[in-house]
Design a protein around this ligand. Structure first.
Ligand code: SF4
Ligand code: SF4
Length: 67
């Protein structure tokens, strides 16, 4: 099943991936990472299609897509 992995400590909290995901399955985590910003995470139980829109949009290249 398709899924993504987000490198939370490289995330700069720009939220571009949240906007980019057509399934709207990425959300603010509510937690702060090593950079001192709120990183994002995937909603639990969500269905990722592996479309990679989030990874393409991420300026920090911190999202890996697995299909
Ligand atoms: S790969 Fe596509 S469906 Fe999966 S989280 Fe990224 S944008 Fe959303
Ligand atoms: S686009 Fe990348 S840097 Fe921006 S919030 Fe998403 S994972 Fe973090």
């Amino acid at each position: 099943m398709a899924h993504i992995k987000i490198s939370k400590d490289r995330c700069k909290g720009c939220m571009l991936c949240i906007e980019a995901c057509p399934r709207k399955i990425i959300k603010k985590s509510g937690k702060i990472n090593a950079r001192g910003v709120m990183y994002v995470e995937v909603k639990k139980g969500s269905a990722c299609t592996g479309c990679a829109m989030c990874a393409i949009m991420c300026p920090e290249s911190c999202i890996e897509v697995y299909r």
